[in-house]
Write a protein that binds this ligand. Structure first.
Ligand code: HXC
Length: 513
């Protein structure tokens, strides 16, 4: 007992991690310690630590004289709003949070337990990367993390929170996670740091410019969420977990019904201007159709021409995908397609119904997009919708043209319920372009084109462009009063709640990556 007490006392001092000086350095750089972070993340008193005694074995002349316990990572289980999660938090005050054999083995242990118990996994990253003194064993440790992440993908939600450096191959852990959180100023993610960049390419670039939260939240799309401080970030990790099922065998957590099925929202018709050229913020529509007007948006700063968000409708968690007319008129481009594709696939893997709000003029034309692989990236979104077996409700708010109409969860790619507002325009293309292509010769033969043109435009609009054309052919289930949108989405979701569709058995498809 005396030995146990002594060890516990000494381990208690471990709350100071790598010692006063290292912890002070951590604080001076605006960061909290691993244990302070876990206190913010988990329900009070719920943390059960594993592997506290673990430390690095002496490995040779290069190995550090000190062998601090925990080996630079605090791991275990805890709860968030009473539901179990597994966590690891790298401790930068010990060997710069670098990952060696013992450190990796501790992470592997909680990853295995998370998968086997069907609990979300949350990793708090703050690390100098592979522990240089441990050579290939450090690399081997990373490989074991990546392999486990892939094995657990689609079975348990995986969340990566970057709260310090995350360099080299270590970046592939956040990249493989379902959601990556970053905090401005303290989080940096890059494959090669500024010094290597300068040596190899001659480019001078700061840590922040190379891999700060701004870069990954707005340009690369690696970060799903970006925050100004750690408490705000960890609070939102808790919020995200509260919206997700613990694993793919569980239903997403429901809250009490909100009466959405009888809720009439006249404001919806005012939000969306009838003139298809006039922009509006689709998030105002989302706030009208979701419970309490609340939604949790992913990738707010990246590919903002499409909005992806979790929300509740009548207490049920849904994934909302909406074209955003205030950014690039809501066109689909390569980034938007990738953003929405990954979101659709997450929702489908975890049984979260999809609500798709369509107002799309088409794909973004141009050589930049073609060279950037819009065909390949657009195909990802198409693939994701075609494959999804969760309940799928499509609402066409205003216009839906061409290939972009098909991709945005049209009937042909498998939606279960399609609702259209009466002001809809659904067609291969708008009237002007169509008339130019179809009647070029006829228009060329007349002296005054205006009259004929006006007539042809009127015909086109009358015959093809309205939603009843699609409704008569069964591509739209109903043309609805916009005010009924919320209630009909709620009723549709209730109708589809027990939907089961089994895909054919195969090893896996070959989605265009
Ligand atoms: C061992 C490391 C370490 C590492 C940092 N430390 N990184 N120890 N292996 N990879 C130690 C430092 O020696 C130092 O120890 C302490 O951690 C704090 O580091 P500082 O440099 O003082 O901190 P700071 O100035 O904040 O700089 C942080 C840093 C820098 C930018 C992360 O430490 C750095 O560049 N480290 C190396 C990063 C790197 O190249 N890692 C390998 C990437 S490749 P003392 O004893 O002085 O406190 C990789 C491959 C993964 O990770 C492959 C996966 C497949």
């Amino acid at each position: 007992m005396r030995e146990l007490r002594e060890r516990r006392d000494s381990l208690h001092r471990n709350t100071l991690a790598g010692g006063h000086a290292a912890v002070e350095r951590q604080r001076a750089s605006g960061k909290r310690t691993a244990r302070e972070r876990l206190d913010l993340l988990l329900d009070e008193g719920s943390f059960v630590e594993l592997g506290l005694h673990r430390r690095q074995l002496p490995t040779g002349p290069l190995s550090p004289r000190e062998r601090p316990r925990t080996d630079g990572v605090v791991v275990g289980s805890g709860t968030i709003e009473g539901r179990q999660v597994f966590v690891y938090a790298q401790d930068f005050s010990i060997f710069g949070g670098s990952l060696g054999e013992a450190h990796a083995a501790k992470i592997h242990k909680v990853m295995d337990l998370a998968l086997e118990t069907g609990s979300p996994l949350i990793g708090l990253n703050d690390s100098g990367g592979a522990r240089i003194q441990e050579g290939v064993m450090a690399l081997h440790g990373y490989g074991g993390i990546f392999r486990r992440q892939v094995a657990a993908s689609g079975i348990i939600p995986q969340i990566s929170v970057v709260l310090g450096p995350c360099a080299g191959g270590a970046t592939y852990s956040p990249a493989l996670a379902d959601f990556t959180f970053m905090v401005r100023d303290i989080a940096k993610m890059y494959l090669t740091g500024p010094a290597v960049v300068k040596a190899v390419t001659g480019e001078h670039v700061s840590h922040e410019e190379l891999g700060g939260a701004g870069v990954h939240g707005e340009s690369s799309g690696v970060a799903t969420f970006v925050y100004d401080d750690e408490p705000g970030c960890l609070e939102d990790v808790r919020h995200l977990v509260s919206l997700l099922p613990s694993n793919n065998m569980e239903l997403p957590p429901r809250s009490a019904a909100s009466g959405a099925d009888t809720d009439v929202r006249p404001r919806l018709a005012e939000i969306v201007p009838a003139d298809p050229a006039k922009p509006y913020d689709v998030r105002d529509v989302i706030a009208e159709v979701t419970d309490d007007g609340a939604y949790f948006e992913l990738h707010e700063g990246w590919a903002a021409n499409i909005v992806c968000a979790f929300a509740r409708v009548d207490g049920e968690v849904v994934g909302i995908v909406g074209n955003q007319p205030i950014v690039l008129a809501g066109v689909l481009d390569a980034d938007a397609a990738q953003k929405a594709a990954r979101f659709v696939r997450f929702c489908d893997a975890f049984g979260i119904p999809l609500v798709t709000l369509v107002d799309v003029p088409g794909f973004l034309p141009g050589s930049e997009q073609e060279r950037g692989g819009i065909i390949r990236h657009g195909a990802k979104l198409l693939y994701a919708y075609c494959e999804a077996t969760v309940p799928r409700v499509q609402v066409i708010l205003r216009k839906a043209y061409g290939g972009a109409y098909i991709v945005m969860d049209s009937r042909s790619v498998g939606n279960d319920l399609s609702l259209a507002w009466p002001t809809n325009e659904i067609a291969v293309m708008g009237a002007e372009g169509a008339v130019d292509i179809l009647f070029r010769r006829e228009l060329a033969t007349v002296d005054d084109q205006r009259e004929l043109r006006a007539e042809l435009l009127a015909h086109y609009n009358e015959q093809l462009i309205h939603p009843y054309y699609a409704a008569e052919r069964g591509l739209v289930d109903d043309v609805i009063d916009p005010a009924e949108t919320r209630s009909l989405i709620a009723k549709g979701l209730a109708m589809l709640r027990d939907k089961r569709r089994q895909p054919f058995r195969r090893k896996h498809g070959n989605m265009p990556l």
